[in-house]
Design a protein around this ligand. Structure first.
Ligand SMILES: [Zn+2]
Length: 394
């Protein structure tokens, strides 16, 4: 199978480190608000990849984290008058409910950041001992200038110099004016407790982990020092994944931390990226009131995972018609045991080509249109088998 590696900017043959075992980590949610279509696109895309790899005979070990403490959670919990913990648990439940409804498999391990601080502290201590990190005012920072390797992934996506990296980091939660930092681009590994905020013990005093260190720690703890696939939305490539690579590779001395870095395109609404801050969200729970889970899944799969797109009501309408077509096939061939080698081969060729789900869906729809007319039970049974590989319920 060929997958596009963001780090090399090319299609690469997918060869797991360990024969038929696939170690995969996908960055999870920060549970302070409801799940929107942008989240669904990421998690359905990786769910489809894992289902396909399983169909091809691989064993999947899949870890996804919950970033259950951060600035947004603390702000929102103050607004709502609930504890950070209560808010996190409630929104995590809602997210899992939405994903369950879309037939997205749950991860094998689903760790919460606040329960994994010892693993993070161990990494930070090693980075300090090796001169990559420094303590300042009870916080610990990663020193980007001490790391000549820093920024491969950033450069791969076109952030070629310090200034362009800093500009994007500042848009995405960096605090350049933090006077405890030696350099504005340095990022926090451990954050000293602020008055009134929850904290966990550390060698540098009470505090909480930085976001990037969470994913490094949880990936390495549950999947080992090196993994096959690390994924997330395109906006995570920098700074989040770039920082993860720096921390992890200096901690273990093993390169690469992940063989393949996969990023999903942003979903747009009204011409802009769908985001909480812009308020232009299409919520999964709202869509489920009008459309079936299969129709939503097909809408997502009709778009290639790597590219940005905008969702229009017509997209969901077309997908609903596809669901009806597959139901017709089920009425014709459900419970039958036939095969169609041509369709099977074409489907695999599409999926092996960087998970080309739009092409795979086109093939299934085209075949289903024929079966609806000619009642070919063999082809119908094949279609139904392959819709299951895509995670459809039909
Ligand atoms: Zn992450």
């Amino acid at each position: 199978m060929k997958l596009f590696n963001t780090l090399s900017q090319s299609l690469e043959d997918f060869v797991p480190l360990d024969d038929r075992k696939v170690r995969i980590y996908v960055c999870g949610i920060t549970p302070y608000d409801t799940t929107h279509l942008g989240h669904a696109f990421t998690y359905v895309s990786f769910d489809t990849l894992m289902r396909y790899l399983e169909f091809r005979g691989y064993n999947i070990n899949y870890v996804q984290n919950v970033t259950d403490i951060d600035d947004d959670i603390l702000r929102k919990s103050r607004e709502l008058g609930v504890t950070w913990d209560e808010l996190g648990r409630r929104e995590t439940e809602r997210y899992l409910r939405d994903m369950d409804a879309l037939n997205v498999r749950r991860p094998n391990v689903y760790p919460r950041a606040t329960e994994e601080t010892p693993a993070m502290i161990e990494i930070v201590q090693t980075l300090m001992a090796e001169g990559y990190a420094y303590e300042s005012g009870g916080s610990v920072y990663f020193s980007v200038k001490r790391d000549p390797e820093f920024g491969h992934l950033a450069r791969a996506i076109g952030l070629n110099d310090y200034a362009s990296m800093l500009a994007i980091a500042n848009e995405r939660g960096n605090y350049p004016d933090d006077t405890r930092k030696r350099d504005p681009l340095d990022f926090v590994l451990w954050q000293a407790q602020a008055p009134g905020e929850p904290a966990w013990p550390s060698p540098w005093g009470p505090g909480r982990p930085g976001w990037h260190i969470e994913c490094s720690a949880m990936s390495m703890k549950y999947l080992g020092p090196q993994i096959d696939i690390h994924g997330g939305g395109a906006d995570l490539a920098f700074p989040h994944h770039t920082c993860e690579i720096a921390q992890s590779e200096h901690f273990t001395g093993k390169v690469p931390f992940s063989r393949i870095w996969m990023h999903t395109g942003m979903v747009h609404q009204d011409g802009e990226k769908m985001s909480k801050s812009l308020g232009n969200l299409t919520l999964v729970s709202d869509l489920l009131k009008t459309y079936s889970a299969d129709a939503i899944r097909i809408t997502l799969q009709n778009h290639h995972y790597r590219y940005p797109w905008e969702c229009f009501p017509e997209d969901l309408q077309v997908a609903t018609e596809t669901v009806a077509l597959f139901q017709q096939v089920r009425d014709i061939a459900g419970g039958q045991d036939g095969q169609d080698h041509l369709l099977h081969g074409q489907f695999i060729a599409a999926m092996e080509n960087d998970l080309n789900t739009p092409q795979a869906m086109f093939l299934l729809r085209q075949a289903a249109e024929s079966v609806a007319v000619n009642h070919d039970v063999n082809c119908g049974a094949e279609i139904l088998r392959l819709t299951k590989v895509l995670g459809l319920i039909v």
